[in-house]
Structures are given as structure tokens and as C-alpha cells.
Design a protein around this ligand. Structure first.
Ligand SMILES: [Zn+2]
Length: 312
């Protein structure tokens, strides 16, 4: 389905065949893999270079090694080249699979590999066993860019800009790195896991322009601890996407959905998991955009929900 995305709404549109062809030839793709309990989002730029925003599934060694192997196979099969990784915060369901990815000799992974991360104290915690091999893999294969109470701008291509920002490690919970991607007129915001107070703090510190987005990656799998109403009014997303999974703690909770839907009936919400009992409701979300207006306003996006690439 194609959407014309304006502030707080996504209208279904039917682009001409010529526009569809141009769109297919040059677009940015966000692929949110169904991760069970975890997140793994590939941002594929038009030149087939890509960034990986989080990569983790649960806490187990096996599940994370399998996810990492699947991602590397996916890169190789699709001719993609991984240039940077963003473990948003030091939790295994977001970062553990990076240990295996960092150690993979695949030519489809840049060496050394750029890492953007926050200065969450958890990164150096001595009581998290899984971080020991992560830290050694990152030290041998990665170039660590640590953001503490800081925003940086990374030019990915002449028409693509990334704004990365993170708060201070003085706060207690989830010092997640946030990422806003700009591609022509398109704006997409990635939020890791965050509490409302952290979202407000970042917005106040760095300014609403880096929060405004057509597409919001909902924080914290939809937990009501995140997605502040006031911050949402600065983001004004027309489309919201969430990595959700079976069981508690990884669900789009009612309060979060209500806040997002408060923008109006045309705010579209997509999840990777919809129903606890039905296998067929596990989906990958593929969102693409050419960053250009349609019918003279908004930006054209396409959203597809497909069978999970990796299963779980
Ligand atoms: Zn999480």
C-alpha cells in the first residue's frame, strides 16, 4: 500500500505507473524484522549500503547467534553492504547479536565497522556476561563512536543525512541513542527503548526539529513507559512502526496506541506481532520512500507486511 504522509496522517494513494517505476529505482528502505523479543532494523540506502539499528533476540546465546547468521546471509543474498551498526542501548534484546556480526568475516560487512552508541553505564557493567565477548568483538572489529549528551550529523549520501543524539549517563534508565534519518523530504525517527522523561529531556536539549518525523519507530516495543504525549505532538508521525512479540513486556500497550491514535484516524500503526495465538500474525515490516511529495504535498511512502524473513 502506498501512502501520502502528512503531519499526523497517512492517506492511501495510488501513484501513477511512472511514479511507481521511479520509486522502485531509487528509494530508502527500512526493514523491521520480526524479532520475537527483540529488535533488528535494517536501513538500506539507495546505493545498497546499509545500517543496522539494533540486532538482538531475547537473552539466549543460540537465538542471537542464529539471528546474526541470518542477517549476514540476508546481506549477502541481497548484495547489501553493512557500513555501521547502532546498538541503541546495552540490552541483549537489542545488541547481543552484534557480537556475532562483528566477528563475521563476510565481505558484505565493512571492516572496521562504525559503531554509534550512547554512554549508558551498562556498556561497561561488569555483571553482564554477554557484554564481555561483545566488548572484545567491538574492540577488534569496530570503531566506537560514543555519544554522551551530544548530537552528531553524519552525511550518508548527498541526499541522505543522519542525526544521532543521546542523553547523559547521569539518568537512570535506558540511555538510548536516537536517530533521525532525512532523505529528501522524508523524516524517520528511531528511538531504541526510552522512558518518557528521557524522551522529553532529549527533545528539550536538542530541539524539536530532530524529533519531527513522518515515521516513528515506537519506543520500547510499545510500552506505556515511553511515547510521551507532548513529544508525540512534536514528532507528528503519520506512520508508526513497532517491534512487538508474544507475551508480556513486548506489546503495544493501550495507552501508547491511544496516544499515537490521538493524532487522528489516519495515523497508521504497524506491528511485527499482532495476536498471541496466531502464527500467521508475525510479520516483517518493509517501509520504503523516495523522499518526494505526491499530489503536491506530503511525502510518498510504501508499507508492506510480509512473512518473517527469519522466522523465530
Ligand atoms: Zn527492548
Amino acid at each position: 500500500m502506498y501512502y501520502q504522509v502528512l503531519s499526523d496522517e497517512a492517506r492511501v494513494v495510488h501513484p501513477s505507473q511512472a511514479r511507481k517505476n521511479a520509486f522502485a529505482a531509487h528509494h530508502l528502505e527500512i526493514r523491521m524484522f520480526h524479532g520475537g523479543h527483540g529488535e533488528c532494523i535494517l536501513v538500506v540506502f539507495p546505493d545498497n549500503n546499509c545500517w543496522l539499528v539494533d540486532c538482538g533476540q531475547g537473552t539466549g546465546d543460540r537465538s542471537n547467534e542464529t539471528l546474526a547468521a541470518n542477517v549476514v546471509t540476508y546481506l549477502e543474498r541481497n548484495g547489501l553492504h553493512l557500513d555501521a551498526i547502532i546498538p541503541t542501548h546495552p540490552h541483549s534484546d537489542h545488541a547481543k547479536a552484534f557480537t556475532t556480526i562483528l566477528a563475521d568475516p563476510s565481505p558484505n560487512i565493512t571492516s572496521p565497522l562504525t559503531i554509534y552508541r550512547s554512554n549508558d553505564p551498562g556498556w561497561s557493567a561488569s555483571d553482564k556476561k554477554w557484554l564481555v565477548p561483545y566488548r572484545s568483538a567491538a574492540a577488534s572489529r569496530g570503531v566506537d563512536n560514543v555519544l554522551e549528551d551530544k548530537r552528531i550529523k553524519v552525511s550518508i549520501a548527498p541526499d541522505i543525512l543522519a542525526q544521532l543524539f543521546a542523553g547523559s549517563s547521569g539518568k537512570r534508565f535506558y540511555i538510548s541513542i536516537f536517530l533521525q534519518i532525512q532523505f529528501h523530504g522524508a523524516r524517520i525517527l528511531f528511538t531504541g527503548d526510552a522512558y518518557k522523561s528521557y524522551e522529553r529531556g532529549l527533545r528539550d536539549r536538542f530541539g524539536t526539529e530532530f524529533f519531527r518525523a513522518d515515521v516513528l519507530k515506537i519506543t520500547h516495543h510499545g510500552s506505556e513507559h515511553g511515547t510521551d504525549e507532548g513529544v508525540l505532538r512534536d514528532i507528528l508521525p503519520g506512520i508508526a512502526i513497532a517491534s512487538t512479540g508474544q507475551g508480556g513486556g513486548h506489546r503495544l500497550e493501550a495507552e501508547t496506541r491511544d496516544h499515537i491514535k490521538a493524532g487522528g484516524p489516519r495515523v497508521r500503526v504497524f506491528e511485527t506481532f499482532r495476536d498471541q495465538n496466531q502464527q500467521e500474525n508475525k510479520r516483517d515490516i518493509i517501509l520504503t520512500t523516495d523522499g518526494l511529495p505526491i499530489n503536491g504535498a506530503g511525502i510518498l511512502y510504501r508499507v508492506r507486511q510480509v512473512a518473517p524473513e527469519f522466522g523465530d
